[in-house]
Write a protein that binds this ligand. Structure first.
Ligand SMILES: *[C@@H]1O[C@H](CO)[C@@H](O)[C@H](O)[C@H]1NC(C)=O
Ligand SMILES: *[C@@H]1O[C@H](CO)[C@@H](O)[C@H](O)[C@H]1NC(C)=O
Ligand SMILES: *[C@@H]1O[C@H](CO)[C@@H](O)[C@H](O)[C@H]1NC(C)=O
Length: 365
């Protein structure tokens, strides 16, 4: 039995030193204070309960309290995932003459305080392979979704393998499937340019009772070009939301600050919405596009998206991969047709997604 005095001294040391160690990991002062406070309370409660329980229960409760801190960090880190900075060189005249469709540049997460504390990282081949090992990934949507597939596969495949993948993937307007044997990952790209195509896909999942582990989807550009009616887009977003929610194995109550953790079955897919990029009207390649895809229309579509309760930020099931923000940060030099952007944009989106998966599956590398 440990005496009360030794116990107190030990508690004081923990309260003092653990936060100092955490501070070494660049936790902000507020988080440190919070952590310190949480530890202090836990230990104080623990000390008072010790006579009634074996010493081990104290240890358990202090672990529990630190996991509350971790889950607070988790939500705030998810909201910081898009704090990315681009460093893109303006293309030279020579590049422009050669019609290069890639740019010299790089991206990184901001080094500012709260972002740095989350420890986001670009995953290499072996880490991404570990994370996606044995999983079924479905990416559904239009050409933006296809570009996301290219970025995702570039992470897990070797570049010589990528060449043949690209040939198949870019056969116009068709589905694509690949199984990466080494890591047992199956990836489906489903050509689904219209909202109804996505809703149909949800119905298929529901009927087959077979859900992907990771689902990324997004559509809107085709609707904007061919239907050009944001109220109609709104109707289809709501239909999609309902079909997503009804597809989930356990229909969870989504709170405003994210999905319920714990009560959702482990088999619930991780779901993402691929937002539309910034459209640079003067660069769009056809008169029809320049006419119908004006900024006002694009904004109206986004307003409907945010109002649809499809996204987590409005209490829905899908986490937004904000291509608008990323394409805007990368800038005009990152697109040749005002609509499709260079790899840097989709690559960042994929890393945002993988880091979200890491955070949500409570994994640390
Ligand atoms: C994938 O997981 C299986 C078992 O779950 C393991 O045997 C295999 O080594 C893993 N592969 C990679 C590339 O991590
Ligand atoms: C997608 O939806 C459109 C409009 O509803 C439909 O005409 C088209 O056949 C669908 N495409 C696929 C691949 O299901
Ligand atoms: C736009 O879509 C809504 C909802 O589907 C419909 O009621 C309305 O008539 C459409 N507007 C036009 C101009 O077609």
């Amino acid at each position: 039995m440990v005496g009360a005095v030794q116990y107190g001294a030990l508690a004081a040391c923990i309260v003092l030193f653990v936060p100092m160690v955490m501070a070494g990991w660049h936790l902000s002062r507020n988080k440190m204070l919070f952590f310190s406070g949480a530890l202090f309370i836990t230990l104080a409660v623990g000390v008072h309960l010790t006579p009634y329980f074996p010493a081990i229960s104290n240890f358990v409760s202090s672990v529990k309290s630190s996991s509350i801190v971790v889950s607070e960090n988790r939500d705030s880190c998810i909201s910081l995932l898009h704090n990315i900075v681009y460093d893109v060189k303006k293309p030279s005249l020579e590049d422009l003459e050669n019609m290069r469709d890639d740019v010299d540049g790089s991206w990184a997460w901001a080094r500012s305080d709260p972002v740095a504390a989350c420890g986001f990282q670009k995953l290499g081949r072996s880490d991404s392979s570990d994370l996606l090992n044995g999983s079924w990934v479905v990416v559904a949507g239009d050409s933006q979704a296809r570009l996301v597939v290219v970025s995702l596969l570039s992470l897990v495949l070797r570049s010589e393998e990528m060449d043949s993948v690209k040939v198949d993937l870019f056969k116009r307007h068709s589905d694509y499937q690949i199984v990466v044997d080494e890591i047992g990952m199956k990836l489906d790209f489903v050509w689904a340019p219209y909202m109804t195509n996505l809703t149909d896909l949800m119905m298929e999942f529901k009927q087959s009772k077979n859900f992907p582990d990771v689902l990324v989807m997004g559509a809107g550009l085709w609707h904007m070009l061919h239907v050009t009616n944001s109220s109609d887009y709104s109707v289809s977003l709501r239909l999609l939301r309902n079909s997503v929610v009804s597809m989930l194995p356990v229909s969870p109550e989504f709170g405003t600050d994210g999905p319920v953790t714990g009560s959702v079955s482990i088999r619930s897919p991780h779901m993402f919405w691929l937002g539309m990029p910034v459209l640079i009207n003067s660069m769009l390649i056809s008169e029809e596009k320049r006419e119908k895809m004006k900024d006002a229309m694009r904004n109206a579509y986004d307003t409907e998206l945010y109002g649809s309760k499809l996204l987590r930020r409005s209490g829905g099931p899908l986490l937004l991969l904000d291509i608008q923000l990323l394409s805007q940060k990368c800038g005009q030099q990152c697109t040749v047709d005002g609509m499709h952007y260079v790899g840097l944009v989709y690559e960042a989106a994929v890393h945002i997604m993988l880091n979200a998966l890491l955070i949500e599956s409570h994994q640390k590398l």
